[in-house]
Design a protein around this ligand. Sequence first.
Ligand code: CP3
Length: 354
Amino acid sequence: MTELKNDRYLRALLKQPVDRTPIWMMRQAGRYLPEYRATRAQAGDFMSLCKNAELACEVTLQPLRRYDLDAAILFSDILTIPDAMGLGLYFETGEGPKFERKADSMAAIEKLAIPDPEDELGYVMNAVNTIRRELKGEVPLIGFSGSPWTLATYMVEGGSSKTFEKIKKMAYSEPKALHLLLDKLADSVILYLNAQVANGAQSLMIFDSWGGALSHNAYREFSLPYMQKIVDGLTRHADGRQVPVTLFTKGGGLWLEAMAETGCDALGLDWTVDIGDARRRVGEKVALQGNMDPSVLYGTPERIEQEVKSILASYGNGSGHVFNLGHGIHQHVDPEHAKAFIDSVVKHSGQYHK
Ligand SMILES: Cc1c2[nH]c(c1CCC(=O)O)Cc1[nH]c(c(CCC(=O)O)c1C)Cc1[nH]c(c(CCC(=O)O)c1C)Cc1[nH]c(c(C)c1CCC(=O)O)C2
């Protein structure tokens, strides 16, 4: 067990005192960085990059060499689980993820097996091990997974969707089939995340990227209960420390109180909520991560700094805030603007932790 040299990210998630607000960026290893594009070209395609532990480790570390980040995130994808279930994931340039086979009927869903994380997903565990070793205790490593609902959208639709027509049709006409799929996914995610912890992940995040597409009632039927099942099934301690769990429903601002009741440690916020209001609503129950609109990074460094100051002021004094973007960094952002963002958080957040 290596002592962490910088643990302010873990401390903030547990609302323990910190010297300044920690920061990391969703999709911090990605196409906005020229060194990422070079390593990806070397790997061939995106999934080959995920499956090569040395190269996945290299791209995980790239943003940490440039910026004062307080956490590393495993380089992988949420769609590894459906791929391991046999759906055949592939990426077509400019079109996002696609599956060769869909899970769009009771018959197809009944056939799906729960993947063994050390076997079909062994490449992810190799990456976790390699990254944890190469981080040398500098900052904690975040492991992650998609939420069952979000994974199911890709599996039923066969790829990305704007309307979620097929899965919503299933939700209202064949709810038993969808519940079976979500339940199998929750079981798969529990095994997968616990294996990530066993292999070295020090914190976990669940991406419910499409929970916000659901109605008020449907969110409580198809997304939240399965995240609850996951939270209940996770390993919460490793290496003598608590492993904090963050739930992020994009577009989930209306449901923060309900999410905070799951027993998770933190909630991710997109940019549609005011972080100070969110803090008042969830009280002492959970920490908050977020919530700058990634598009602000298209603005000037001065504009970025102004936005950072306003979010810090809205959260106010004390621990429990992990600074982040409200969603992944866009591919056409200037890496110097990402630097201005991170440097502003480092520069202005100390005053809230006196
Ligand atoms: C919905 C979702 C996916 N993947 C993920 C989510 C949840 C978060 C979110 O809401 O954005 C999660 C994800 N994907 C990736 C990470 C790596 C860690 C990080 O730096 O945050 C994480 C945490 C790498 C990636 N995952 C992907 C890339 C780009 C692939 C490339 O190099 O071409 C990266 C860096 C591919 C991917 N994978 C997925 C999409 C929609 C895409 C983009 C397709 C495109 O824009 O062409 C599914």
